[in-house]
Design a protein around this ligand. Structure first.
Ligand code: PLP
Length: 387
């Protein structure tokens, strides 16, 4: 009998990958499956970015790079943040990693241990709760409610802080709800944190360019008073349709940069060079493709929200960010998990139960609208029919 560590039993998962596998299995059996489950853009990585990756390999960039990322890429990240958020960031605080996930894992490993408390959004990206539990820390959910547009309530977050609180994770625009937290709420959280100097903040801004209805992204980098304890996660996966390249970054406070780089060296050494050169081309090249993708998402968003609201028993908020619709389905009489199974098995539509994102997701289903309009409309027609 193998003697594995008990901590492994505390590690969760991201159901989107399970649903994807299930959907692919059904498709392999000849079933016609529409996948609105997985959260990745259905667009190709723009050509000039792909070419830069290929060129890097042809030019001989196939060895190790500095563990924190090639200097030109870290400089480009700093310049991009300055340009988008009007903030000053030193390339020395940028650490390039394979995707968005390593930053959340490293941040939680740095603060999490038995006796520590870490707050995280619920419903929220499932990896937060998973890695908090894995670290041995106590996960403290920040309940996100439909009536607040799935934004956090700063007062409620601050009221949950104890001497054991080490880290608070926030995410806007949000997965799985598409919710965008208003600036006033962020202002209140930051102001309240001055009374709790022992608490660090991880702001997951991976959807920072996916906003609609004239909403502007508020980056936590815009609050100089917390920069010494702020980690901001962002990356290329969603903005440039680069999920499979495994490329992301975070801005770390001075006190944590060296720890982060040491975790990189212990874990993955560095991100592959070709992806980093592709990421450089993404940041420094034309941004038309990003604008086109966001415009396409916006068009689909309007269609899916309107059509979901016409399904008896569904009520869908008009989410202003990311590429997810998160309708309330309680009035159908189905639990979130029953609805997920029914839609996949009877309608051939892959969606994700809200409970895959935490207990506060009961009664909701996540639809990713990273799919073409015809597929979205057909999916809704089939769900209506099966209900
Ligand atoms: N953060 C959030 C909120 C996400 O939804 C995702 C992916 O779905 C990630 C981070 C991770 O992105 P990556 O694929 O770059 O690891």
């Amino acid at each position: 009998m193998l003697q594995t560590a008990k901590s492994l039993n505390r590690l969760g998962t991201e159901s989107a990958f399970d649903v994807l596998a299930q959907a692919q299995k059904l498709a392999a059996q000849g079933k016609d499956i529409i996948n609105l489950g997985i959260g990745q853009p259905d667009f190709r990585t723009p050509d000039h970015i792909v070419e830069a990756g290929i060129k890097a390999l042809r030019d001989g960039h196939h060895g190790y790079t500095p563990a924190n990322g090639i200097p030109a890429l870290r400089e480009a990240v700093a310049a991009d943040l300055e340009n988008r958020h009007n903030v000053s960031v030193s390339p020395d605080n940028v650490v390039v990693v394979p995707g968005g996930k390593p930053t959340m894992f490293f941040a939680v490993l740095m603060f999490g241990e038995p006796g520590a408390e870490i707050m995280y959004p619920n419903p929220g990206f499932p990896i937060y709760e998973s890695v908090i539990k894995y670290s041995g820390a106590t996960p403290v959910p920040i309940a996100l409610k439909e009536e607040n547009g799935f934004a956090f309530d700063a007062e409620a977050v601050l009221a949950q802080i104890t001497p054991a609180t080490r880290l608070i994770i926030i995410n806007s625009p949000a997965n799985p709800t598409g919710g965008v937290t208003p600036k006033a709420e962020i202002d209140r959280l930051v102001a309240g944190l001055t009374d709790h100097p022992h608490v660090a903040l991880l702001s997951d801004e991976i959807y920072s360019q996916m906003l609609y209805e004239g909403r502007e992204h508020v980056s936590l980098l815009q609050y100089p008073e917390i920069r010494d304890r702020l980690i901001v996660l962002d990356g290329w996966s969603k903005t440039y349709a680069m999920t499979g390249w495994r490329l992301g970054y975070a801005i770390w406070p001075d006190a944590l940069v060296d720890h982060t780089v040491r975790l990189c060296i212990n874990d993955h050494s560095c991100v592959n060079a070709a992806s980093q050169y592709a990421g450089l081309a993404a940041l420094t090249g034309p941004q038309d493709a990003v604008r086109e993708m966001v415009a396409a998402f916006d068009q689909r968003r309007k269609i899916i929200v309107s059509e979901l609201n016409q399904i008896p028993g569904f009520r869908c908020a008009d989410a202003a960010g990311a590429f997810y619709a998160f309708p309330n389905i309680e009035a159908t009489g189905l639990t979130a998990r029953e609805a997920q199974d029914k839609f996949l098995n009877e309608a051939g539509v892959a969606t994700i139960a809200g409970t895959s994102f935490g207990e506060w997701g009961e009664g909701y289903i996540r639809f990713s609208y990273a799919a073409d309009i015809d597929s979205i409309q057909e999916a809704i027609k089939r769900i209506r029919a099966c209900l």
